[in-house]
Design a protein around this ligand. Structure first.
Ligand code: NAD
Ligand code: AKB
Length: 318
């Protein structure tokens, strides 16, 4: 059966790269990008795009039927930093958008798989901080984390109750050069490169020793596609899979950047996002993802920094 894939939130940090990868794999005409806002020109030019609000359940169902959609990647959400500014609105968007998509998949027979990203934000202050296990104490105290944990319970419920093939990854902070991040706590690890190249200095909103799990976008996209392509029989989980990769703090990232910009300085002025980061893991045990579907990240901190420096310089010089 030919796949027709719908991406919701295609203009964001992940969607702007995932859409292009899926178009390479499935053919541009089979990957339908949607978002509330216009995407980058390469997405507009390489295949179908439509402005669509995921909260509009009627348009969603018409869209899915009209394009004979078989898989959905639902990426639209309010991220951790922005969610703390408007908690009720963030809860409404994060939960009801997911329920709209799950209900759509339950009703429309052609839709066979749904990908919805979870986050390391599902963990909280009582979770073991180092090498955080797949199954552990989860008492998140941010609205974003609570919505991700509730979302994980819902996707598993739809799998068990209605047979919707839901798949999910608990992404760590994602680092990329194409599209800037959309209001999270790990955003510093992208901002720092732009500020270092433009001004030779950066004022960080997290403390220098705040170690968090991070991943380069190429590894995140590879993991997503690998999970979605895996045989259903190999998957032992239909909640979010832990994936690790890198763990570093602002001080260590700054030291790596200094290899390219020796005079680079970092100063610290923490805000509410430090309190969020303090509740998240420092490193992740991803042995279940490695076992079930062969997760294997490739970028270390040195390689990630080299690519980010090169690509952001190129982008700023254009
Ligand atoms: P982003 O903020 O960059 O992109 C989200 C996109 O969703 C935006 O383009 C936005 O316009 C769109 N959107 C918002 N409301 C919408 C609506 N009502 N209808 C349609 N589109 C809407 O986010 P991202 O970083 O690409 O994250 C995508 C998903 O991955 C989210 O669920 C996020 O929680 C999760 N995630 C991201 C990271 C990360 O570091 N980027 C880490 C963990 C989990
Ligand atoms: C955020 O910081 O909100 C995201 C995430 C880790 O979920 N990058």
């Amino acid at each position: 059966m030919k796949e027709n894939i719908m991406i919701i939130g295609a203009s964001g940090q992940i969607g702007s790269e995932l859409t292009l990868r899926l178009r390479d794999m499935y053919g541009a005409g089979h990957v339908f990008a949607t978002d509330l806002k216009e995407p980058a020109p390469d997405i507009l030019e390489s295949g179908p795009f439509e402005l669509l609000d995921v909260m509009d359940d009627k348009r969603l169902i018409h869209f899915a039927i009209r394009h004979k959609i078989t898989q959905i990647y639902h990426l639209a959400a309010v991220l951790s930093g922005n969610a703390e500014k408007l908690p009720m609105q963030a809860w409404h968007i994060n939960m009801n958008s997911l329920l709209n998509v799950l209900d759509l998949a339950r009703e429309v027979e052609d839709i066979r798989k749904v990908f919805w990203p979870s986050s390391i934000a599902v963990f909280g202050p009582t979770t073991p901080k180092n090498n955080t296990p797949q199954l552990t104490i989860m008492e998140p105290n941010t609205v974003y984390g609570i919505s991700k944990l509730a979302g994980e319970r819902w996707i598993e419920y739809f799998y068990n109750r209605y047979g919707v093939d839901t798949r999910s990854i608990r992404y760590p902070g994602l680092i990329s050069y194409k599209t800037e991040p959309g209001g999270g706590t790990t955003d510093y690890a992208v901002e720092i490169f732009y500020q270092a190249i433009k001004h030779g200095r950066y004022e960080c909103f997290l403390d220098g020793d705040t170690t968090l799990p991070m991943l380069f976008m190429t590894d995140a996209i590879d993991a997503t596609v690998k999970l979605m392509e895996s045989d259903a029989s190999s998957l032992s989980l239909h909640t979010g899979y832990n994936i690790g990769g890198l763990s570093f703090n602002p001080e260590e990232l700054a030291a790596e950047i200094r290899k390219y910009i020796p005079g680079f300085t970092i100063t610290y002025k923490t805000d509410f996002r430090q309190d969020i980061a303090a509740t998240w893991p420092a490193s992740i045990d991803d042995s279940v993802a490695r076992r079930d579907w062969g997760y294997q990240p490739e970028y270390d901190l040195a390689r990630l920094t080299r690519v980010m420096m090169e690509k952001i310089k190129e982008k700023l010089n254009k």
